[in-house]
Ligand binder design. Structure first.
Ligand code: KIV
Length: 295
């Protein structure tokens, strides 16, 4: 293509904000967080009795489509260490990398609450360091809340963050950042400890909590005893809401997929077939044709 030739469609990077059918461009220059569900709004939905839905997202495109679909929450999970970066566990992702991905998600989401995971060990180095790190996330990403793994043991940190005005979602039950201490990913069955963790997180000011990989009966008990929403993953149907890793939901995860995951699509197969189709079209001279070229 001659360099002076104009494109016959506007650049996707200048498309105006979506107020109708979605387009491929970024939303307005105004803060997308303005019209979003807030952390208190998210917490208040427990009283409505309806189920809350949350998915992870790590980039602009998937965050945008998930938001358009109507989830209440989008989580920039440290699972990105595994599903985006291809690492063996969640310990490897850094705070800077979380912020890099959260910025993309923060630009995309217009309706849902956006929560960012505090990666290991960004909240283990003292309360002041935790506030500094969570503050960096909120300042740089237009996301509204942080999530951290812990209950009783992290109550002081949760309290410090919330008193600094930073909404915190706690994460109890299986804590993947403890994988080495646990010796693997296991179902957590100590109901009294789980309840103590949930109560401590609530008392410290958490506005919601993830319950990961615990017996359904324990999740039901916690859900009925706490005022804040419980968001389950491998914790049964009684939780106030459910969260899934978007790669698992879409069927694009490589390798092991836990039993609690439900894949709602098989995009791995679709992607494979589409790329194979492209390869054969190019090799056979079917693409590009006149429709995809310029006079
Ligand atoms: O990092 C993550 O994706 C999570 C979810 C599994 C809740 O913490």
């Amino acid at each position: 293509m001659a360099m002076s030739e104009p494109l016959d469609a506007p650049s996707p990077y200048t498309t105006p904000p979506s107020s109708g059918p979605p387009s491929s461009g970024p939303p307005s220059s105004g803060p997308p967080s303005a019209g979003r569900l807030t952390a208190p709004g998210f917490a208040a939905l427990k009283a409505s009795g309806g189920k809350l839905t949350m998915v992870t997202a790590y980039d602009y495109a998937l965050a945008r489509w998930a938001d358009e679909a109507g989830v209440e929450g989008v989580l920039v999970g440290d699972s990105l260490s595994m599903v985006v970066q291809g690492r063996e566990n969640t310990l490897h992702v850094t705070l800077d990398e979380m912020i890099y991905h959260a910025e993309m998600v923060g630009r995309a989401v217009e309706h849902a609450l956006v929560v960012v995971d505090m990666p290991f060990p960004s909240f283990h180095l003292g309360k002041h360091k935790a506030i500094e790190n969570a503050g960096r996330i909120l300042k740089k990403t237009r996301c509204q809340a942080v999530k951290l793994e812990g209950g009783v043991d992290q109550a002081d940190t949760i309290a410090a963050l919330t008193s600094a005005g930073i909404p915190v979602m706690a994460h109890c039950g299986l804590r993947p950042q403890n994988v080495h201490q646990l010796g693997g990913y296991k179902v957590h069955r100590d109901e009294e400890q789980l309840l103590a963790d949930a109560m401590a997180a609530q008392s410290a000011g958490a506005f919601a909590m993830v319950l990961e990989c615990i017996p359904s009966a324990a999740a039901q008990r916690i859900t009925s005893e706490v005022r804040i929403p419980t968001i389950g993953i491998g914790a049964g149907a009684a939780c106030d809401g459910q969260v899934l890793v978007i790669n698992d939901l879409l069927g694009i995860t490589s390798g092991y997929v836990p039993r609690f995951v439900k894949a709602y699509a098989d995009l791995k197969t679709e992607i494979h077939a589409s790329v194979k189709h492209f390869i054969s079209d190019v090799r056979d001279g079917q693409f590009p044709n006149a429709e995809h070229g310029y006079e």
